[in-house]
Design a protein around this ligand. Structure first.
Ligand SMILES: NC(=O)C1=CN([C@@H]2O[C@H](COP(=O)(O)OP(=O)(O)OC[C@H]3O[C@@H](n4cnc5c(N)ncnc54)[C@H](OP(=O)(O)O)[C@@H]3O)[C@@H](O)[C@H]2O)[C@@H](O)CC1
Ligand SMILES: [K+]
Length: 475
């Protein structure tokens, strides 16, 4: 599991550790790791041209000490001090002692740099880059240098992944002690590039604020049929989807559900013929969900239009996944009062409609939006996007690391809802079902596309191969 901690938690752990160590020791650990990472990226340190962008806090101190280490190995290091009176004094002294210097003309040195270290702000930064820093960040980005962010790309919000103004775009970020949520959640994540974590000995709590499943975690969660399992014990998932206008959604949701580990898939709705034509193993009916037979979880909504079924399914006593058209007119009290789990799977536009805010606000504030929805509805919320989030009202939010922009294709969400519903029916809790489904779906999207456009049907078809790969990595 990859874990990320909010700023207060990191600072508290830092405080505890600093009390046990000689002054400055922690910053030296950070700077040593940072300098080593820069040396790796440079290949050859001797003769390399390194520029430090130095703000007024300890983030700038890290950059100065790392610059001193690189200068001692023969790099030409120039520091651009955004606020000369407040640059970290010991760090600056160390740089000058090692042969580094303060740059006279920032743009001149940036134009010829091999590597730029962004030490403008780290976890203490507030409110995006300030006007004096913006041209420097742009010049760094516009140069041929490798741009390395110290702890975080300056200008992004460490705790939320929000980017309140302009921020520096890095090729890589070297972060200390723990990932911060902003390194995993868009839009900030996009600014970080490849992230490298330098352990500095922080003692962090067992519960993070954000976590990302890795292959082995997913392998442990995948349902596997026992020797005694029959189709009913493996779980039956019911799909209420499709309409005369959108029959394909029914096929795609069923396609996802058949790949998700449930023992059987019941389909309820007007798309039965299309479903059977593709998937003869589906149990189809066109009456009401209650008459379709027992299921262990329901999926309701993909391509449903104004079709019936949402209220009836929400009135059942099994886990329910609500997607797409099912999310329109959702009554918070009806969801909150349910005796079993509810998993809502909106994209940003649907989440915005549920929250009564513009879509842009949800896209800019993904973590807060997912949490707010989860809290209003007393449900688990899977907010789709390039970094899909799965949130409950409290507890760690899961962020999916496998997404690909090729998944932004028609019908892809229908496959995801079927897949997640099937995992619910197989017995996974809503958070696990949502995050495992997002993980497999993201990988399946990558496999199906191989760098070219993929179809939703192709994504569903790629799930078994991905499942096998992931399962093979389990312990
Ligand atoms: N935690 C750990 O375990 C370890 C932490 N370490 C390091 O310390 C870093 C945190 O250092 P920090 O607390 O000094 O804050 P930091 O990020 O340098 O910024 C604050 C300064 O910036 C200013 N400022 C604010 N907003 C701004 C803006 N938008 N644009 C420009 N300036 C802005 C603000 O001053 P202001 O101008 O607002 O008065 C203040 O002076 C952390 O990220 C890591 O790198 C490691 O060394 C060791 C282990
Ligand atoms: K930084």
């Amino acid at each position: 599991m990859r874990t990320a901690y909010d700023v207060d938690t990191v600072r508290a752990a830092e405080g505890e550790l600093m009390a046990l160590l000689p002054p400055g020791a922690l910053m030296q650990r950070a700077a040593a790791g940072l300098a080593a990472a820069c040396a790796d990226m440079l290949g050859r340190v001797y003769g390399a041209r390194v520029v430090l962008l130095v703000g007024s806090g300890d983030n700038g101190g890290d950059a100065l000490y790392a610059g001193a280490r690189l200068a001692r190995r023969g790099a030409g290091v120039g520091a651009v001090l955004l606020n000369p009176d407040r640059a970290h004094p010991e760090g600056l002294a160390a740089l000058l002692r090692a042969g580094g210097r303060v740059a006279d003309d920032p743009f001149e040195v940036l134009a010829v740099a091999d590597l730029v270290l962004d030490g403008i702000t780290g976890i203490g930064g507030r409110g995006g880059l300030r006007p004096d820093a913006i041209p420097l960040a742009r010049a760094a980005r516009g140069s041929n240098a490798v741009v390395v962010a110290v702890d975080l790309p300056s200008g992004v919000d460490a705790g939320t992944g929000e980017v309140p103004g302009e921020a520096l775009r890095a090729d890589a970020t070297v972060t200390f002690g723990a990932y911060k949520p902003g390194l995993l959640i868009d839009p900030a994540r996009e600014y970080a590039g490849a992230v490298r974590l330098i352990p500095i000995g922080l003692d962090l709590p067992s519960v993070p604020s954000v976590e990302a499943l890795q292959h082995a975690d997913v392998a442990d969660l995948l349902p596997t049929p026992g020797a005694e399992s029959d189709k009913y014990r493996r779980g039956v998932v019911g799909i209420v989807a499709g309409s005369a206008r959108y029959p394909g959604a029914a096929v795609l949701a069923v396609a996802g559900a058949l790949r998700g580990g449930a023992g059987a898939v019941r389909y309820v709705g007007p798309g039965g013929d299309a479903v059977i034509a593709r998937f003869p193993e589906t149990l189809v009916s066109d009456g009401s969900p209650a008459k379709a037979g027992r299921v262990q979880a329901w999926v309701v909504g993909p391509g449903l239009g104004d079709g019936p079924g949402v209220d009836e399914v929400l009135g059942s006593d099994v886990p329910v996944l609500v997607d797409a058209d099912g999310l329109r007119c959702l009554d918070p009290d009806a969801v909150r009062g349910r005796p079993a789990a509810t998993l809502l799977t909106p994209h940003a536009g649907e989440a915005a409609a549920l929250l009564g805010v513009p879509r842009e606000k949800v896209e800019a504030e993904r973590l807060a939006s997912a949490r707010e929805l989860a809290s209003r509805y007393g449900a688990t919320v899977l907010l789709k996007g390039s970094t899909t989030l799965v949130a409950d009202a409290d507890g760690p939010v899961r962020v999916n690391p496998t997404g690909t922009s090729w998944l932004a294709t028609a019908g892809s969400g229908d496959v995801l809802s079927g897949l997640a519903g099937s995992l619910l029916a197989a017995g996974l809790g809503a958070r696990d079902a949502g995050s495992v489904a997002a993980y497999l779906h993201g990988l399946a999207g990558r496999h199906a596309s191989q760098g070219a456009p993929a179809t939703a049907y192709g994504v569903a078809g790629a799930v078994p191969g991905v499942w096998r790969d992931v399962a093979a990595s389990g312990g």
